[in-house]
Write a protein that binds this ligand. Structure first.
Ligand SMILES: [Zn+2]
Length: 90
């Protein structure tokens, strides 16, 4: 039987430009947090084929950003540089 009709289109209208359609794609989310570069590979996202805007497909993944902001997840203890005393060998 023909199922041609109003089947839901897999693409959504881009919320940014309202002209293009977003397609599901895995992107690499890169963000600076303080002095640390946070790289989250293969994040599910919707990428507009017109303006290239990236919007998160799965909010849970992108909440890492908030975690970093509120917690100390990747905060490493401040590095203490040991005072290197050059002892003179006599
Ligand atoms: Zn767009």
């Amino acid at each position: 039987m023909p199922d041609s009709g109003d089947h839901p289109s897999p693409h959504r209208i881009c919320p940014v430009c309202h002209l293009g359609h977003t397609r599901p794609r895995a992107v690499t989310h890169v963000e600076w947090h303080d002095d640390q570069l946070i790289v989250v590979p293969d994040v599910g996202a919707e990428v507009c084929d017109f303006c290239g805007a990236v919007s998160p497909a799965d909010d849970r993944l992108w909440r890492l950003d908030q975690l970093l902001r509120h917690g100390h997840a990747l905060r490493s203890a401040p590095q203490r540089r040991p005072h290197h005393q050059s002892s003179r060998s006599t």
